[in-house]
Design a protein around this ligand. Structure first.
Ligand SMILES: Cc1ncc(COP(=O)(O)O)c(C=O)c1O
Length: 507
């Protein structure tokens, strides 16, 4: 059985780890006392994958339309910068929503002193209503079931901590969000076990695949505590259909394991079929609701990852109460809660925002997919998310992960686009790449498409098959995933995309 520990080591991260190892080796005292904990220095942080290497490639040579026009374009970050102007307009019209304006400063003392782990009641009420609105009003959420975490990252770790002990496992359909490796395993000690999904059925999650992954775990003596799904899917950009969701609920109910649904892309759906959340499914399918938990955040739907608003919505009272105690480690600042309570309670605004945001995502998606189609590149048909799942299988020198990484290296180094290889999403079929499109303006997108066009046509015109093979082979045998010379920085990694200022100047 494959376990998510098979991510190839990145020398850069390895270097970072090695330096920590050297440090803490040096930190041994005569009494053999280790300065850092073994958990803090274990290798479960999971940032050793090409997904994160691509971020470094961008950081080392970031594209700027005038300052660095030949730099790397960041298409490896699922950020939504398409509708921030609408929020800016709202802020300008609603100065009392902020405690830092003459109109809002009268709430300053209240908000600055607020310490309750439960969160501001008006914030929880507004988030619950917003979640209901995103689901077309077909389901209502109870504000008392909302637990806060630091972004979906903090919220998902919190729920995993509440549900599982070190060594326990969660099944995760693959391809899946690469940072689950980092976010869910490091401090909790849980394992993630892949459920292999394939292109032959558009990567849908089948009962047979779930049963097989479950059986493998049991045979390996691993206790399975739950299943984690992302709907809409990152990286596929597709919504999970109703029948599949029903079959997933029946599966977890039969096995008496938890279902954690990461629904942080629920308002990015821009085409049919509509988003159907797990809260709607459990109204139709008989199941033990204590097993159902939703992860939400405003990072994608509103484009506010910097606000670190994460939510666990659990139908299980014990998880809500345990989560509340945990949430003190990652509370959302009360200033942010206060602001968002006003913004999300403005129904006229949220209605308009959701419609306009979906329209803009759709336009960017079309611009990218049509541009790719012009040079014969197909993507998995998708209706949601901030990315497409691009099929470059025909460009692989060999249909292996090495072949995929070789092509990825050419795309980063020569085409200068940071796209993310499918293997970093634990995709079992080599040749798929995730391409993000909502963190850039139209002009930057056009530069990306121009580079792709030139790359494809140069391959056709100037490279005969032999030289093409040679080039890819040369690249595929390097042990380094990305340029060694730039890989030595001990900087800690953090997502960077073109700043809004750059975007504004280019548009
Ligand atoms: C599926 C999924 N879950 C969680 C996260 C983390 O989101 P947040 O910024 O709210 O922590 C991301 C971010 O890309 C994601 O794609």
């Amino acid at each position: 059985m494959t376990i998510y520990t098979d991510v190839r080591p990145s020398p850069k991260m390895h270097t970072l780890h090695s330096s920590l190892l050297v440090d803490h080796t040096m930190g041994f005292t005569s009494s053999n006392h280790q300065l850092l904990s073994t958990i803090a220095t274990n290798d479960q942080h999971g940032e050793n994958s090409p997904y994160f290497d691509g971020w470094k490639a961008y950081d080392n040579d970031p594209f700027h339309p005038r300052g660095n026009p030949n730099g790397v374009i960041q298409m490896g970050l699922a950020e939504n910068q398409l509708s921030l102007d609408l929020i800016e307009e709202w802020i300008a019209k609603n100065p009392s929503a902020s405690i830092c304006t003459p109109e809002g400063v009268n709430r300053f003392k209240d908000i600055a002193n607020f310490q309750d782990y439960h969160g501001l009641p008006e914030f929880r009420t507004a988030v619950a209503k917003f979640m209901g609105r995103v689901r077309g009003g077909r389901v209502a959420f109870d504000p008392d079931r909302i637990v806060m975490g630091g972004g979906a990252t903090g919220a998902s770790e919190l729920v995993v901590f509440c549900l599982a002990d070190p060594g326990d496992a969660f099944l995760v359909p693959s391809p899946c969000y690469p940072a689950f490796d980092r976010d869910l395993r490091w401090r909790t000690g849980v394992q993630l076990l892949p459920v292999a999904c394939k292109s032959s059925n558009n990567f849908q999650i089948t009962r047979a695949a779930l049963e097989e992954a479950y059986k493998n775990a049991i045979e390996a003596n691993i206790r399975v505590k739950g299943l984690i799904i992302t709907n809409p899917s990152n990286p596929l950009g597709t919504t999970v259909d109703k029948e599949t969701l029903k079959s997933i609920v029946r599966f977890i109910n039969d096995k008496n394991i938890h279902l954690v649904c990461d629904e942080i892309y629920s308002a990015t759906v821009f085409g049919p079929p509509n988003f159907v959340g797990i809260s709607e499914i459990i109204q139709e399918v008989d199941c033990n609701r204590d097993l159902i938990h939703i992860i939400y955040s405003l990072s994608k739907d509103l484009g506010l990852p910097g606000f670190r608003v994460g939510i666990v919505y659990s139908y299980n009272d014990a998880v809500v109460s345990c989560g509340r105690k945990m949430s003190s480690f990652g509370l959302v600042s009360s200033q942010t809660q206060h602001f968002l309570a006003s913004l999300l309670s403005d129904e006229e605004f949220t209605e308009r925002f959701l419609a306009e945001n979906a329209k803009r995502i759709k336009n960017s998606h079309q611009l990218l997919t049509k541009g790719l189609a012009q040079v014969g590149i197909a993507c998995l048909p998708s209706n949601a998310g901030l990315f497409v799942w691009m099929d470059l299988r025909s460009l692989l020198k060999e249909a292996t992960i090495e072949g995929e990484i070789a092509l990825w290296r050419v795309i980063i180094k020569e085409v200068k686009l940071n796209v993310s290889p499918g293997s970093s999403f634990h995709c079992v079929e080599p040749g798929w790449f995730r391409v993000c499109f909502a963190n850039m303006d139209t002009k930057t997108m056009e530069v990306s498409l121009k580079r792709i066009r030139e790359f494809i046509s140069s391959k056709g015109k100037t490279e005969n098959v032999a030289t093409k093979k040679l080039k890819l082979r040369r690249l595929s045998f390097s042990s380094r995933m990305y340029d060694e010379s730039s890989a030595m920085s001990p900087r800690l990694m953090s997502p960077h995309s073109p700043s809004p200022v750059v975007l504004a100047k280019t548009s």
